[in-house]
Structures are given as C-alpha cells and as structure tokens.
Ligand binder design. Structure first.
Ligand code: TRP
Length: 324
C-alpha cells in the first residue's frame, strides 16, 4: 500500500470548513493508503511560541474531532509530531541543503509576515516552517499528501528539498505528490472563507441553539429585501448550506427564485435540517470526549507506529550522510 502523510496545526475545535476542506478526504483515503495523520504541534509553536498554554488542550480537541468524523485508529496512525523526535533530526539535516532564497520567496511566508500584526514572526523557526513540513512528509517516505490549495507552495518546496537531498546523498525519498481536495469550499456565516480567526465558523460538534443563532446571522442575497422579492440562491450563504444539509434544497431554490419563499422561513428550515443532520456527529463527539484516557491511548499507540517508521527512515539517512 502506498503511504500518505498529512497534518493539521492544533487550533482547538474544528469546524465544517475543516470537514469539507480536508477531513472528508482523509476519511476516504484510509481505505486506499496507509495513512499517517499528524497533530502538527511543533508547527503551532512557529506562531504561538509566546503562549503555549492552550496547545496541548487544542491537540486533544482536534484528535476528538478527527475520531468523530471517522478517522479510524485501526486503519490509520494518529500521532503527535512532538512525540517523534526524529522530525527534529530530519528537519535539521534538510535545513543544511535548503537555500535561504527558497524560504524567503515562499508565498505563504511573505503573506503571513505582512498580514499577521499581533505576533513577531521574524524568527528562524517561522522561516523554517516549510522545512519542518518537508521533514514530516519525507520522514515517512510518503508518496502522497492530501492538502488544500493553500498548502501547495509548501508541497512544492518539499519536492524541491527532496530532489536536492536525493542528489547529494542518494535516492532516499520518493517525491511526494499532492492530492488536492475536490470538495467545494464552504463559506463562513459572513460569506468569507470559514475560519476560526474570522469568528464565522460552525463547529463540527455545534449545539442546535448555537447553530440556530449562527444561521440567523448568515448573509443572504442582498437584493432580496422583502420576503416576496425574487432571490438569487447562488452566492447566498444560507442556500450553500441548504444544498449540503437539506434534501429539499431543489424545491427551496425554485421557491426562492420565484419569490414565494422568504429568507426567514428559509433560515428556520435550515436550522432544523442542520441540527438534525449534525446530531450524530454531536453525539459521537460527546461520547468520545468523555474518555480522555482512550485518546491518550490512541496517541500512544500512534507514537509507537510512527516512531517505528521514522526510525527506519533515519537509519538509512544517517548511513547515507556518513558521519561515521
Ligand atoms: N502546514 C499545514 C497546515 O497548516 C500543517 C502541516 C504540517 C502539514 N505538516 C504537514 C500538512 C505535513 C501536510 C503534510 O495545514
């Protein structure tokens, strides 16, 4: 079986953007690949180094969400990056061959430096973010990496570092391919990209009352002012979610277009449909969160399997570098 590695930085509870943007893909890939799914807690430190008080808890919450949506510890290796120290060793060795220009030119680096105002990201660790990511992937000799579009520059850098390393020391690593997520991007309640930092997200385990409140705040078609105005479902956030969660979405679409359905009624129906559709996830999440020991155990098992694969690679790498 070919291998996959993917990871996410622990940011606490996950939302429907994570679900449609990545996790639904991860779940599906479990049957076709040997999958390693990693909590990228060291990557979180590249930006959260000043306050690490929430990182451990966020890692746990994230794993709870992974298990909730069907990442299965019987099929996949679920582990924490910081539990496998070989990530740091390979990061160091890859850093020796990585030209600074590649890192300074990385579009995500330039963008974040400009956009993130409340943190000082002029650090070696933050510049080296893509090198650590390359180490994550190459350490497992992953053939493929499921990622969203935003991660493509990092994957391209991984492939470049991989080729350069192989050139110097021999064919140690396969060149990893990107598996792009096919599913559509879900909008946040304000029509921007769903993101925790925009405060526009609906969480995977969201309670019905909170779902209702958020749907009430959702942006609709700005041209539909009165209930009987003719509406334009394309571009309406409520309708985007109707399509995902309401089997009656087709009927709603034509009623909205003809002006026979108002937004208030539309939102009410969506609240009910989503509360119902998300009920199994909500209940499963509660059940899993009750058993913190089980999660620790899954991470311990994951650590063992990940470390075994990582050590096998590092044995070859150490030999190829010929320090002794
Ligand atoms: N940079 C990724 C993100 O922010 C997280 C990540 C870390 C990752 N290591 C990885 C993703 C390795 C894929 C493969 O989403």
């Amino acid at each position: 079986m070919k291998r996959i590695l993917s990871g996410m930085r622990p940011s606490g509870k996950l939302h429907l953007g994570h679900f449609f943007g990545a996790l639904s893909n991860w779940v599906r890939l479990q049957d076709e690949y040997q999958c390693f799914y990693m909590v990228a807690d060291w990557h979180a430190l590249t930006t959260e180094y000043e306050d690490t008080s929430k990182t451990a808890e966020s890692s746990m919450e994230m794993v709870i969400d992974w298990l909730t949506v069907g990442i299965d510890p019987e099929k996949s290796v679920i582990f924490r990056q910081s539990d496998v120290a070989e990530h740091a060793e390979l990061f160091l060795l890859l850093s020796m061959v990585t030209p600074l220009g590649w890192l300074f030119r990385c579009p995500t680096y330039k963008e974040q430096l400009k956009e993130v105002q409340n943190k000082d990201l002029h650090t070696f660790g933050f510049l080296g973010y893509p090198v650590l990511q390359a180490a994550d992937i190459l350490l497992y000799r992953a053939n493929a990496v499921p990622v969203g579009e935003d991660q493509l520059p990092h994957l391209e850098l991984t492939r470049e570092i991989c080729r350069r390393f192989n050139n110097f020391y021999g064919e140690l690593f396969p060149e990893p391919q990107a598996i792009l997520t096919r599913s559509a991007r879900v909008p946040g309640i304000d029509a921007r990209k769903m993101s925790k930092s925009y405060d526009n997200a609906i969480n995977i385990g969201e309670e019905p009352d909170a779902i209702k409140k958020k749907i009430q705040q959702m942006f609709t078609d700005p041209q539909k002012i009165r209930a009987n105005d003719q509406g334009h479902p394309e571009g309406c956030v409520v309708f985007a979610f109707q399509e995902l969660y309401n089997p009656g979405a087709k009927k709603i679409e034509s009623e909205c277009r003809s002006g026979s359905r108002g937004c208030v009624a539309c939102k009410k129906e969506l609240s009910e449909a989503m509360a119902e559709a998300l009920k199994p996830l909500r209940e499963k999440r509660k059940e899993i969160s009750r058993d913190k020991k089980l999660i620790e155990k899954i991470l311990q098992e994951g650590q063992k399997k990940a470390a075994e694969a990582a050590l096998a690679t590092m044995k070859d790498v150490r030999k190829a570098i010929r320090l002794k």
